[in-house]
Design a binder for this molecule. Structure first.
Ligand SMILES: Cc1ncc(C[n+]2csc(CCOP(=O)(O)OP(=O)(O)O)c2C)c(N)n1
Ligand SMILES: CC(=O)[C@@H](O)[C@H](O)COP(=O)(O)O
Ligand SMILES: [Mg+2]
Length: 627
């Protein structure tokens, strides 16, 4: 029974609570999160770390008049609970339920959507300048995690803030973790600040002062004491150099201190950065014990934290294959942008520690870093989710392809990603890569072919990209990897009425459609394209001379996808054979379960059959079988 929490339906409901009640409410929220997310899954660790921070923000400021932004916004569950969505919270990341991130269309308190890191400070500055131009007085508060500061956009914003506005509150939520341990000089800098003995003493002092006298005086005392300390310790705090008044680090779980500090910061006449120290996974021992701090996960046992054991994933198949190939090829190096676990590279790291690089949340840098290594004879593999690789489109063109450098892009989560929704679906990579000269673009039908494509990539003199989905592999018997003939499709079955092409992991749908049409008396060819670019023109043209229709299946948007590439080949040779393109429509696809969304949007055998069958019956073909 969460007596207090059950009475909270808007931020107004917490304004009258006393410190003891607020502390109780924080614990009720924490327990509520643990129990609810055990059923739905979600970003438990990050959200357990910001319960008090979010409560203090809603206690001092007035959302939605005041604007709250959260970087990535995977840590907004308490915000959602406090802003009228407590009763819906059990639907988070579920079909038709709450989105797992901030979503402007979901609630007036969600002022800025996200899902990709590094955007909060820029968007907050935009809102602050818009406010200033409009003569507004609202507060803009941007919460960004320590790893968000490893993203270049955050520093592009920092470079601008002090020039553009006098009123902006940035909260650095420092839990020393990204999804994995945070990396790089920024992480070490933060660590140095927060572990410095003088700051520990200041902490104890400021905590006592605030608890004793509270209010503006307390924070001023803390400020002056820290000024003195800084003079001794840090000739110039990083953020002060950017023109923001730096406060902290303060205990991000000390509600009275946070409230007094925010009350003080409301009066600031310069942009400020408040450095708060929080604990990712706070209040849930399994999260604190585990190395990944329960960043993002599926349903789990709320007592033990155990999740269901799964099959081998495409990520694991990728990483184990890469480790094997790297055993035989010392040129191979692996690069991740803060996603070692998600990409599977945490399996590669212990085997080849010197050839593993986590560059932080910095996809553009990752690609250019890879380009630099490639100029020196290495074979860099950038393991970056399809959606996050969107960040690095220009470096792929400008730094890699233009210089024809042999960088390999292994795009995990290509296709619908499911629960994370439109910010994470990998539905655009064929469109954004296919037009790049010299790019070899591949999609494997199973994990053996993934290994073939990886091995093939290392024989190429230019860039290549391999797309594969989130989730379990096909489960085929492992065989030695082989180099593929570039640009050659694999004809799995011949046929003269219809040619069905299943791209990558959509091959099962192609096989099922072909079997159904064969059962109806039609002769159906089944083709595994393997190469999106260079596309196998000869095979397509050969079948265009025989069949009445093509069907393409791809886990990608229709616009500019593989089906479009087939159409282009047919157009070039003047063929009028129709192509049924089974792909995602020209819109953003909501979060949900993959099978249900495929059914909703027509990426099914049934839908394909309904479209192609009339083309077969109406185009002079009669069933082969008599009777
Ligand atoms: C551009 C981009 N790259 C990678 C990710 C994957 N990602 C989501 S959250 C996260 C770590 C964020 O760490 P931090 O900002 O410290 O927040 P915390 O989870 O610790 O609260 C990463 C790498 C992303 N969302 N966006
Ligand atoms: C918030 C974020 O961007 C990551 O945590 C992402 O949700 C991970 O996705 P996977 O669960 O597919 O690895
Ligand atoms: Mg962090």
């Amino acid at each position: 029974m969460a007596a207090l929490l059950d009475s909270i339906n808007s931020p107004a409901d917490i304004k009258h609570l006393n410190p003891a009640q607020l502390a109780t409410l924080a614990e009720e929220i924490r327990e509520f999160l643990i129990q609810s997310l055990a059923k739905t899954g979600g970003h438990l660790g990050p959200n357990l770390g910001v319960v008090e921070l979010t409560l203090a923000m809603h206690y001092v400021f007035n959302s939605p008049q005041d604007k709250f932004l959260f970087d990535v916004s995977h840590q907004v569950y308490t915000h959602k609970i406090l802003t009228g969505r407590r009763e819906q919270f059990g639907t988070i990341r579920q079909p038709g339920g709450l989105n797992g991130f901030m979503l402007r269309t979901e609630c007036e308190h969600d002022c800025y959507g996200a899902g990709h890191a590094g955007t909060a400070l820029s968007a907050a500055l935009g809102m602050a300048v818009a406010r200033d131009l409009a003569g507004g007085t609202e507060d803009i508060v941007a919460v960004a995690g320590d790893a968000a500061f490893t993203n270049g956009i955050s520093f592009e914003a920092l470079n601008n803030i002090a020039d553009q506005t006098k009123k902006l509150i940035v909260v650095l939520n420092d839990n020393e973790w990204s999804i994995d341990r945070n990396v790089g000089a920024i992480a070490r800098y933060f660590h140095k600040v927060v572990t410095n003995e003088h700051y520990q003493q200041l902490h104890r002092l400021s905590k006592r002062v605030v608890e004793k006298i509270g209010g503006k005086t307390a924070v001023n005392v803390m400020r002056r004491a820290e000024e003195a300390a800084k003079g001794m310790l840090w000739p110039s705090m990083l953020f002060e150099e950017f023109g923001l008044d730096y406060y902290g680090p303060v205990d991000g779980h000390n509600l009275p201190l946070l409230i007094e500090t925010f009350k003080f910061l409301k009066t600031a006449e310069r942009p400020v950065l408040l450095h708060v120290l929080t604990q990712k996974g706070r209040g849930f021992q399994p999260a604190l014990d585990l190395t990944k701090k329960f960043h993002g996960l599926g349903p789990y046992d709320p007592e033990t934290g155990k999740t269901a054991a799964g099959q081998q994933t495409w990520s694991e198949a990728f990483a184990t294959t890469l480790a094997e190939l790297a055993n035989m090829d010392s040129r191979i190096v692996a690069i991740t942008a803060a996603m070692p676990n998600g990409t599977g590279l945490d399996l590669f790291r212990p085997i080849h520690p010197k050839r593993y690089f986590d560059v932080g949340i910095a996809e553009e840098h990752a690609v250019i870093f890879a380009a630099g290594m490639a100029t020196r004879g290495f074979r860099p593999v950038c393991a970056i989710y399809s959606t996050f690789l969107q960040r690095a489109f220009d470096p792929i063109v400008h730094d890699v392809a233009l210089q024809k450098l042999p960088v390999v892009f292994c795009m995990d989560r290509a296709g619908l990603s499911g629960d994370d929704g439109p910010t994470h679906h990998g539905l655009f990579d064929i469109a954004y890569l296919r037009g790049i000269p010299d790019m070899v673009l591949m999609a494997p039908k199973d994990e053996n072919e993934l290994a073939d494509m990886m091995k093939t990539s290392f024989t190429l003199e230019g860039p290549s990209a391999i797309r594969y989905p989130r989730g379990p592999v096909v489960g085929v018997q492992k065989r030695p990897a082989q180099v593929l003939p570039v640009g050659k499709a694999e004809v799995l079955a011949d046929g003269s009425d219809v040619a069905v092409l299943g791209l990558g992991h959509m091959m099962p749908l192609a096989l099922e459609l072909a079997a159904r049409l064969e059962g109806e008396g039609y002769s159906a060819a089944v083709i595994n394209p393997r190469f999106i670019k260079p596309i196998d023109r000869d095979t397509i043209i050969r079948y265009a001379e025989r069949v009445s229709a093509f069907v393409t299946f791809e886990d990608h948007v229709k616009m500019g996808g593989f089906g479009s590439a087939v159409l282009e080949v047919l157009e070039e040779v003047g063929s009028k054979v129709p192509v049924v393109r089974v792909a995602w429509p020209d819109q953003f696809i909501e979060h949900g379960k993959v099978d249900a969304l495929r059914k909703k949007y027509g990426l099914t055998v049934e839908a394909a059959h309904d479209q192609v069958f009339p083309m077969l019956t109406s185009r002079r073909r009669s069933p082969l079988l008599a009777g």
